[in-house]
Design a protein around this ligand. Structure first.
Ligand code: ADP
Ligand code: GLC
Length: 485
């Protein structure tokens, strides 16, 4: 069997997804294979996993994992999606739950450390069970971050792991998996990992840090974010160790999966459209206006869309603050998301106050996200930080002009207005004043210079963020780290 790269991830679309990580893991492994690098994915078997259209096979019924006590085991299910083998780690007591990481009413699951340490240990056991050392193990976010550490220490005693490189990708530095030091005792790493250059973080056990400290290469999802996280402002307390590992840190921009996000054949849209015929976009807008019971006058005024987690990162509070001002610009606002109950309640309150002008759906609905991308004229992303951001890439492809902060991947994907090449509006500070000014500019162009807006739409739709380029960069990293081993 050709040597594979194994991706370890807590989400993989279409089986599981709570945000961009799911999208990335649903697309990157397939792109790897197309670029000549065989790939496979290891992910938890959640109770809520969408397996409807897939045949799952029990491949390993009793995989010994030995964590947190022996002789605990996992069952492993296998399926194939777009030619990529996927292995799901099943242990009902850990993963058969309604949600992935937390109960919306009660907060994070109390045993998240145990759940994901178990997942990482099961992944190691599974790859050993297959008997062929992978070319690389590519772990994503804190949930999979222990893998590079395990492999780092296993290399000392096990020839099996001697030539396998490890890559750790940070999709969001703010989510670290920070737990009590007590949990370190049974995690299976040697004592020497408990220090400031290892997994210890202000007296706590930090899972994300183990990925940063022990992976052969650390990557993050845009070149700008790779630079930002080296600073105190964006480093979330980890900028020190990231600076220590700067030589091994790479920023690789995510791609967008245009087989899923393409207005020319998106199965969720009432009408398809393309850059050469935008009439379908107008119909998508009309359909959303009827569906939400919005004022029909909005057919001739811009609709501003927001789709994302309703958390501080995404600046939903900044949007909430300026909604009354937006109403005087005579525009419509549609929002989809879930997250902090305070922000959710506020947007619903606006919907009540500005009936027919503001519509909000609190919840998670894949098909509505597609329909809103197509129906909106402008797309709002007042993020306080944004490692990459996929929704603005989708918006560009749907001819929905983004208005976004100059942060991380937003900077790397949107060509700012004004200018011949512009595909969106960028503002500097994630605050109401700057945001409102940028929206004012966009609405002004939309109203007074429809031809200019139209040209921007066409350019936006032609921008392309394919996975091939990113794949080649990852493959190059796998090669480089193998040479160093
Ligand atoms: P993040 O990963 O930080 O949440 P991204 O822009 O990378 O942000 O990816 C978000 C993904 O999650 C996109 O596919 C977006 O459409 C989707 N999404 C976010 N919130 C919702 C929601 N409430 N309903 C449906 N899809 C959502
Ligand atoms: C994270 C980031 C987002 C990024 C996504 C996929 O959730 O918040 O910016 O696009 O991961 O890498």
């Amino acid at each position: 069997m050709a040597q594979r790269v194994f991706f370890a991830t807590s989400e993989v679309y279409p089986f599981s997804k709570s945000g961009g990580l799911g999208d990335v893991m649903g697309a990157l492994p397939e792109a790897m294979q197309k670029n000549g690098q065989p790939a496979a994915v290891i992910s938890p078997f959640y109770g809520r996993i969408s397996t409807g259209n897939y045949r799952l096979r029990l491949t390993v019924p009793d995989l010994p994992v030995g964590y947190p006590w022996a002789p605990i085991t996992a069952s492993v299910y296998e399926t194939t999606h777009n030619g990529v083998p996927l292995f799901f780690i099943d242990r009902a007591e850990y993963f058969d739950r309604r949600h992935y990481y937390n109960d919306p009413n009660k907060g994070d699951y109390f045993d998240n450390a145990e759940r994901f340490i178990f997942f990482c240990r099961a992944a190691v056991a599974l790859m050993e069970h297959f008997g062929v050392p992978p070319v690389a193990v590519h772990a994503h976010d804190w949930q999979a971050a222990m893998l590079p550490a395990y492999i780092y220490f296993l290399r000392r005693s096990s020839p099996f792991w001697a030539s396998t490189g490890t890559v750790f990708t940070i999709h969001n530095l703010a989510f670290q998996g920070r737990f009590s030091s007590r949990l370190f005792e049974s995690c299976g790493l040697p004592r020497e990992a408990w220090n400031v250059a290892g997994v210890e973080f202000f007296g706590d056990f930090n899972l994300l840090k183990s990925g940063i400290a022990y992976a052969d290469a650390v990557t993050t999802v845009s070149p700008s974010y790779a630079r930002e996280i080296l600073t105190e402002k964006y480093g979330c307390g980890l900028d020190g160790i990231l600076r220590q590992r700067e030589l091994y840190l790479y920023g690789i921009l995510n791609g967008a999966d245009y087989t899923i996000w393409n207005p020319e054949d998106d199965p969720y849209l009432p009408r398809h459209y393309s850059a050469s015929d935008l009439s379908g976009k107008r119909e998508c807008k009309d359909a959303l206006i009827s569906e939400f019971g919005l004022d029909p006058r909005l057919r001739d005024r811009p609709i501003l869309g927001f789709i994302g987690r309703m958390r501080g990162q995404k600046g939903i509070d900044i949007l909430n603050d300026i909604i009354p001002d937006l109403m005087s610009l005579d525009v419509g606002v549609v929002a989809l998301g879930e997250g902090n109950p305070v922000h959710e309640a506020k947007i619903l309150e606006h919907m009540d106050t500005y009936r027919g002008r503001v519509a909000a759906v609190v919840g998670y609905t894949e098909d509505l996200a597609h329909r809103m991308q197509a129906a909106s004229d402008l797309f709002l992303m007042p993020s306080r930080y944004e490692p990459c951001g996929l929704t603005q890439m989708y918006a560009l492809r749907y001819g929905t002009i983004p208005i976004a902060t100059a942060a991380g991947g937003l900077r790397d994907t949107i060509i700012p207005w004004p200018g011949e090449e512009a595909t969106g509006y960028i503002f500097t500070e994630p605050d109401p004043v700057d945001f409102l000014r940028a929206i004012g500019d966009a609405v002004d162009v939309w109203t007074r210079d429809p031809g200019g807006h139209h040209q921007m739409v066409l350019r936006a739709m032609r921008q392309s963020f394919t996975w091939d380029k990113s794949c080649r960069e990852y493959i190059d990293i796998y090669r480089k780290i193998r040479l160093r081993l």
